[in-house]
Write a protein that binds this ligand. Sequence first.
Ligand SMILES: Cc1ncc(C[n+]2csc(CCOP(=O)(O)OP(=O)(O)O)c2C)c(N)n1
Ligand SMILES: [Mg+2]
Length: 311
Amino acid sequence: MNYPTQSQPTAVAPAAPPVPTADAAADRMTMLADKAWRIRRHALRMGEVQGQGYIGQALDIADVLAVAYFGALRYRADDPDWEGRDRFLLSNGHYAIALYAALIEARIVPESELETYGSDDSRLPMSGMARYTPGMEMSGGSLGQGLAIAVGHGLGLKRKASDAWVYTLFSDGELDEGAVWEALMSAGHWKLNNMIAICDVNNQQADGPSGQVMAFEPLEQKMQAFGWFTQRIDGNNLAAVVAAFDRARALQDNRPRMIICDTRMCCGVPFLENREKNHFIRVEPGEWQLALQQLDERHAATQAGAAGAGA
Ligand SMILES: Cc1ncc(C[n+]2csc(CCOP(=O)(O)OP(=O)(O)O)c2C)c(N)n1
Ligand SMILES: [Mg+2]
């Protein structure tokens, strides 16, 4: 299979999508599945440059990023600082490789820079740095800050009477940080209905399964109690992710919106999915090709299945 290069620039997504026909909805899903596959591929290629990285997370969150960047966010690829843009704040800075893959696919970062990932003087350092990378809204090496920063953006945009959304992605390990709960409480207090937060529950963190390091369930009820409109979905079910993003934006009330995404580390690459410790993955040189091959095969099978179902 030929490696896909960057696809054509995507038009700015409308704030409230029109109700699609069945054909248009199927086309949208096919497009988004393609984007998720490309994002996974870009991430694997960056991982190969360094021989290691937070690949498991990039593979688990690719479906969410595909829907965010190609089904929800408004942005201008040639003007990442455009004032009217929707903000996307990556709180968990070690997921940077996943966001770079999405920014490359969105043509905010040129694909040629992929080869520089993690090198000295690269605009793509291993942890997210706002001043290095176009489209990176915050620096995130120190965990637990994204939600609080998003609250600040949400308040500021409301004060400016902007209709821009503030999206933020954070991870289950960050729930161990008290500042996350203060931010959740303040977003509810200030009725920040311009915020859409995504919590990646892969039940993993550096020290083991997240629920064992610090019990966080029942997560949805806790967030509801803090004043959020919540949805809990399978974050690797593309249709569920699309529906959750659409519903979060269409909701007509004053609550901030939370999408809790249960995800699978390394989703899309079977031999990596089966590894026990995958917070930080090292892959043998020959295995990168196997990873790409398995990813391509899985994608081709899914697309063939979708085409068959639609026939
Ligand atoms: C404030 C802070 N404490 C600790 C760390 C070290 N650290 C880096 S990644 C990580 C795990 C965070 O949990 P999560 O994002 O759920 O892990 P993953 O799902 O990526 O395995 C930790 C504790 C950090 N970067 N910042
Ligand atoms: Mg985690």
